[in-house]
Write a protein that binds this ligand. Structure first.
Ligand code: SF4
Ligand code: SF4
Length: 305
């Protein structure tokens, strides 16, 4: 819960704590999903992670049109229209009053301010599972480095407790912020989406010079890194991009990359926050994954799929 006596350094905006994950690092892990991201990838499967603020979510299928939310909202930000309630996001101040009064469970607030202690206490509850599986905690998002001061304090706390840490990052962060957490992080999962800067900007909203130079910096600093790339047909599966990716990894001295097949599982989340999922691609076939693997591997880089 938000506490005005704590500083930003001690509080983070978290939108989910996912226990017993087996996919974001070694062993059994708890994933701390931080809210806020400097990129806006068109295919994002966690759209609720992008804005660094609390957001009202509505599951229209659950709405029974009781009208309570409209009655209690002092901002006149939520109204019954057609089959459901709809939110005027330019008016909503995310006060949460309507959430408290919606008995149908149609409304929820995305994002909760938590102190380092609160995150630590929830994560440490599964310490026995981490110990038996060589697991730990993974900070994901969104982009955890958007809340670098909080992240640093949290990583310090887990380091002192002997818990393994992974930070999943898009790499778009100041060198100063990256440096502040580098030595406190056991492993970085580092996303590389596209090598061409202009295409990167078109699909994610930002260019990639900072991302690639930060990756090279981490490599030179001796950090443990797993580079990952979502393979997205029509975005980054061209011969040109795969060759450029292989070349970049080789020249930077990064021995390995993991390719993750694109999926559209996050599409249904977009309408709950008043957005539409307009991105179009398809999940790559086994043949498309193998082709991409072979192309990058041709540069002497190990490729996991
Ligand atoms: S309070 Fe909940 S169920 Fe009632 S109209 Fe609002 S969103 Fe729908
Ligand atoms: S969160 Fe607050 S401002 Fe937003 S719709 Fe609900 S009651 Fe209104």
């Amino acid at each position: 819960m938000e506490n005005s006596r704590t500083s930003d350094r001690d509080r983070g905006l978290v939108f989910n704590l996912q226990r017993f994950s087996l996919h974001d690092g070694n062993g059994i892990r708890t994933i701390v999903f931080m809210k806020g991201c400097p990129l806006h990838c068109l295919w994002c499967s966690n759209p609720e992670s992008q804005n660094r603020c609390e957001e009202l979510s509505i599951k229209t299928m659950r709405c029974i049109r009781c009208g309570t939310c409209e009655a209690v909202c002092r901002q006149q930000a939520i109204r019954l229209t057609g089959d459901t309630a709809t939110v005027d996001r330019s008016r909503c101040i995310a006060c949460g009053t309507c959430v408290e009064h919606c008995n149908a469970g149609a409304l929820s607030m995305l994002g909760q301010w938590m102190t380092v202690d609160e995150v630590f206490e929830q994560v440490i509850a599964d310490k026995a599972f981490y110990e038996s599986s060589q697991g730990g905690v993974t900070f994901s998002g969104g982009e955890p480095l958007m809340q670098a001061a909080f992240l640093k304090q949290a990583l310090l706390r887990f380091r002192e407790a002997g818990i393994s840490t992974v930070v999943e990052t898009c790499g778009y962060a100041s060198r100063e912020d990256l440096e502040s957490i580098r030595s406190l992080t056991d492993t970085f999962f580092y996303d590389v989406k596209l090598i061409d800067a202009e295409a990167h900007k078109r699909f994610t909203g930002v260019t990639n010079e900072l991302i690639l130079s930060n990756l090279a910096y981490l490599q030179e600093s001796g950090s443990e890194i797993l580079v990952r790339m979502p393979l997205i047909p029509g975005v980054n599966d061209s011969e040109e991009n795969l060759a450029a990716t292989g070349r970049f990894l080789k020249e930077t001295g990064l021995p390995e990359i993991q390719l993750l097949p694109y999926h559209s599982y996050g599409a249904s989340k977009y309408p709950t926050i008043g957005r539409s999922y307009t991105f179009q691609s398809h999940s790559p076939s086994a043949e498309e994954m193998e082709r991409a693997k072979a192309m990058i591997a041709g540069y002497g880089v190990k490729v996991k799929i």
